[in-house]
Design a protein around this ligand. Structure first.
Ligand SMILES: NC(=O)c1ccc[n+]([C@@H]2O[C@H](COP(=O)([O-])OP(=O)(O)OC[C@H]3O[C@@H](n4cnc5c(N)ncnc54)[C@H](O)[C@@H]3O)[C@@H](O)[C@H]2O)c1
Ligand SMILES: [Zn+2]
Ligand SMILES: [Zn+2]
Length: 375
């Protein structure tokens, strides 16, 4: 590649300040150092977690920043010591690394990894991005709202060359997260009754996971009834809008199921809903999984809710060891075992990213895929 070893000037959507529209800017992206890979981002989608850091958990220290973590692209060049990747490989950037060597990677019970990609250090000095002479933070190490990004090879998954990048980008976060939450974290069982709270891409992927695991009844819960039609496509059997009931939603579900659901997945990011999901579980064996992200509030709970045998857990990236899980999910899509196209409601160029943000913020889309660079 003619660009190998050189700084690349390219387009990126920069968040200069919290709670403000992103600005399309020309940025400079450094070449990859040892064990690093520079990726041409072909397609990226937006996830609610991008908006959380832009609008909700406002920490001025992370700005200016290039957001984005659900993407797919092509390796442009590699640094010294990289043997797993070559220019031209199709890849998915990973916000959760998998180095395969650390204590956590070797532990079968977790998908966490002790390593970080340079942009995850929080130290601006490690960032590969500069704009108008100023260093930019890299969000979750990935920063996919840019035509190019640089990551450690531990944080990149090689995928099947047949994979359409404008579809499989969704595997970089939302679909793996929701599907894995049902399969790996909840460990949904055949014949069971499940409830999924929140029917964005994460919740719909959780519905798809419950169905794949053989759940008999899947109750889809959302305060936006526009989401129910999609939930049906992914396998939901019952639809509940908490706003239609005067009783607490956990009680509504308890009554609908004569004693509580076997598995409940919270895919909203709201501590009250997390509590409702736990309370909707059957005493004795019900399992509730927190998938939605928030770090703003504590939850308080009566110990009896757990003493009576419910299990409460949480999961990042659906419990998948990231490199392995992403490659597997891409294969499953190509083998038509998981759906992706049905999650995509909008396609736009990167330049229209602020429109895409408003769609997600207002619950008007499931996923918008932004075309970042031509393949
Ligand atoms: N754990 C992880 O690794 C991980 C990964 C990705 C995303 N997330 C988190 O998952 C959550 C969902 O992400 P998304 O992109 O699907 O978001 P989204 O905004 O598209 O979907 C959220 C859905 O929840 C619904 N909702 C809001 N309040 C509700 C309530 N009180 N009861 C029921 N439903 C309600 C909304 O109407 C919407 O349909 C976010 O919190 C996101 O940050 C977590
Ligand atoms: Zn995400
Ligand atoms: Zn590791």
């Amino acid at each position: 590649m003619a660009t190998a070893g050189k700084v690349i000037k390219c387009k990126a959507a920069v968040a200069w300040e919290p709670d403000k529209p992103l600005v399309i800017e020309e940025i400079e992206v450094e070449p990859p150092l040892e064990n690093e890979v520079r990726i041409k981002v072909v397609a990226t989608s937006l996830c609610q977690s991008d908006l959380y850091f832009l609008f909700k958990d406002i920490n001025k220290d992370i700005f200016p920043i290039v957001l984005g973590h659900e993407a797919a692209g092509i390796v442009e060049s590699v640094g010294k010591g990289v043997t797993e990747f070559q220019p031209g490989d199709k890849v998915i950037p990973l916000f959760l690394p998998q180095c395969r060597e650390c204590r956590l990677c070797k532990h079968p019970k977790t998908n966490l990894c002790e390593k970080k990609t340079p942009g995850q250090s929080g130290n601006l000095k490690d960032s590969k991005f500069t704009c108008k002479g100023q260093k930019l933070h890299q969000f979750m190490g990935t920063s996919t709202f840019s035509e190019y990004t640089v990551m450690n090879q531990n944080s990149v998954a090689k995928i099947d060359p047949a994979a359409p990048l404008d579809k499989v980008c969704l595997i970089g976060c939302g679909i793996s997260t929701g599907f894995g939450a049902a399969i790996n974290a909840a460990k949904v069982e055949p014949g069971s009754t499940c409830a999924v709270f929140g029917l964005g891409a994460i919740g719909l992927a959780a519905v798809m996971g419950c169905k794949a695991a053989g759940a008999k009844r899947i109750i889809a819960v959302d305060v936006n009834p526009d989401k129910f039609e999609k939930a049906k496509i992914f396998g939901a059997t019952d639809f509940v809008n908490p706003k239609d009931h005067s009783k607490p939603i956990s009680q509504v579900l308890m009554e609908m199921t004569s004693g509580g659901v076997d598995f409940a997945l919270e895919c909203v990011g709201n501590v009250e809903v997390m509590l409702s999901a736990l309370e909707a579980c059957a005493p004795g064996w019900g399992v509730s999984v927190i998938v939605g992200y928030t770090n703003l509030h504590d939850i308080s709970i009566r110990p009896l809710k757990l003493l009576t045998g419910r299990t409460w857990k949480g999961t990042l990236f659906g419990g998948f060891k990231s490199k392995d899980g992403v490659s597997e999910m891409v294969k499953s899509y190509l083998d038509k075992k998981v759906k992706l196209d049905e999650f995509i409601t909008h396609n736009m160029p990167l330049d229209q990213i602020n429109d895409a943000i408003e769609l997600l913020r207002n619950g008007k889309c499931i996923r918008t895929v932004l075309n970042v660079s031509p393949q």
